[in-house]
Design a protein around this ligand. Structure first.
Ligand code: CAA
Length: 384
């Protein structure tokens, strides 16, 4: 029996800004954002869309009635939680209509949380092959207007259904994990935005990748040639490339070209969306699967997960025959293409228009799973 990703989908809010417009507004050379950071567009959300609306929208499109009756665990990974106590997955469980005898919980370790959820799901299904586990990585990445991190913001969710004998990616038992107590990016309770040491975060990301890659080679006796592609956590698309270049020196030119070409395919979506925090690695995986013509069944994909603070994990999965048939490529491309471009002025207004959950109020956002009402500090959502 294999265990892994049977279904996977992403959702981003229906608005974006162009990075050239942001560069002009911030008096920066646009090439810094497009080439230096590697971002072309950035997803923007309104105050009536939150991590639960993203999660519900990402999951709803892939789940059948049979899935809803079989899922026995709902996991939300996020670092943009809306409650210090109650898990977002409990609300998600109701909105989706998952059968009641399920466990639901939220996981936090910066951008690493989605991988913790996926590994929990894998272990659970290995013990209980009849179970299905829904893992949703959902976040709003915000650093503040005019901040250093502003061009690396984003918003959205990736939903994954983990089952036995999956149709997309079977996960291997080869994880190399690494924990280091470092303050490169953190958000103390009560702070709207994270505190970030940009250079340290870049440095820690790269050295973490080098460490888990070397340990993976030693422990799992693998070389680059054993991987058809590597997918990375993508806080901005240049980041994964910097880490990759740090280990590629020892490879032949042909091997470097092969793996860098796959990397370019893995960042097609992130270039248009920005950072999804917990969802970024899985958006990268989806981008690779849906935009590469070079992948073949049975081949191994390496995945590098990084959460500031810092926890990393390198693991792999093997593509299942006919995996392409289980993807939703057209829907994802339409989702990105049909978004509305905002002016920087509108983006700044939306950014400052924060949701006040201490005041009862109604909203008239007609998007499915948007917030309809705040009552006694509780958010209610428009169903699908
Ligand atoms: N044309 C082309 N390239 C240009 C350029 C131009 N005109 N001007 C500058 N550049 C290049 C620079 O040379 C640089 O390239 P290298 O990194 O290859 O040297 C790149 O653009 C960025 O320039 P700076 O380093 O000067 O950029 P910055 O000081 O504005 O900071 C940042 C960039 C550190 C990423 C900042 O946006 C930030 O703090 N972001 C948030 C933190 C983050 O994403 N860290 C990543 C690792 S942490 C993580 O992965 C977890 C997570 O999700 C947050």
């Amino acid at each position: 029996m294999t265990v892994g990703i049977d279904k996977i989908s992403f959702f981003v809010p229906p608005y974006y800004i162009d990075m050239t417009d942001l560069a002009h507004a911030r008096d920066v050379d646009p090439n810094k954002f497009h080439i230096g950071i590697g971002q072309d567009q950035m997803a923007i959300n309104t105050k009536t869309q939150d991590i639960i609306t993203f999660a519900a929208n990402a999951a709803k499109t892939i789940l059948t009635e049979e899935d809803l009756e079989t899922i026995d665990t709902v996991i939300v990974a996020t670092e943009s939680g809306i409650d210090e106590s109650k898990a977002a997955s409990v609300v998600l469980h109701r909105l989706l209509g998952v059968q009641p005898f399920a466990r639901s919980f939220e996981i936090k370790e910066a951008c690493y949380g989605g991988t913790a959820g996926l590994q929990f799901a894998k272990n659970h299904v290995t013990l209980h092959p009849e179970s299905k586990v829904l893992v949703v990585a959902t976040d709003i990445a915000r650093y503040g207007l005019n901040s250093g991190g502003e061009p690396t913001q984003g918003a959205g969710a990736v939903a994954m259904l983990v089952t036995a004998n999956p149709r997309i990616l079977s996960l291997n038992d080869d994880s190399v994990m690494l924990t280091q107590d470092i303050y490169d990016f953190w958000r103390p309770v009560g702070h709207d935005y994270p505190l970030v040491d940009g250079p340290l975060s870049n440095e820690t990301y790269i050295q973490s990748f080098q460490k888990v890659w070397e340990e993976n080679k030693r422990r799992n006796k693998r070389q680059m040639a054993d991987y058809q592609a590597l997918a990375f956590h993508i806080p901005y698309t240049k980041m994964g490339k910097k880490a990759l270049l740090a280990i590629l020196e020892e490879e032949t030119e042909a091997e470097q070209e092969r793996i860098l070409s796959r990397y370019e395919e893995s960042i097609v979506y992130s270039r248009r969306v920005g950072n999804l925090y917990t969802g970024s690695l899985y958006l990268g995986l989806l981008s690779l699967l849906e935009n590469s013509e070079e992948l073949s069944a049975g081949s191994r994909i390496g995945l590098f997960s990084y959460g500031s603070g810092a926890v990393s994990e390198f693991f792999s999965g093997n593509l299942v025959p006919d995996f392409e048939k289980a993807l939703c490529k057209n829907r994802h491309h339409t989702l990105l293409d049909q978004r509305e471009k905002l002016t920087i002025e509108t983006y700044e207004q939306l950014f400052q228009d924060k949701l006040n959950t201490d005041t009862d109020q109604f909203f008239d956002d007609n998007t499915p799973f948007s917030i309809t009402e705040i009552k006694n500090t509780v958010r209610d959502y428009r169903p699908f």
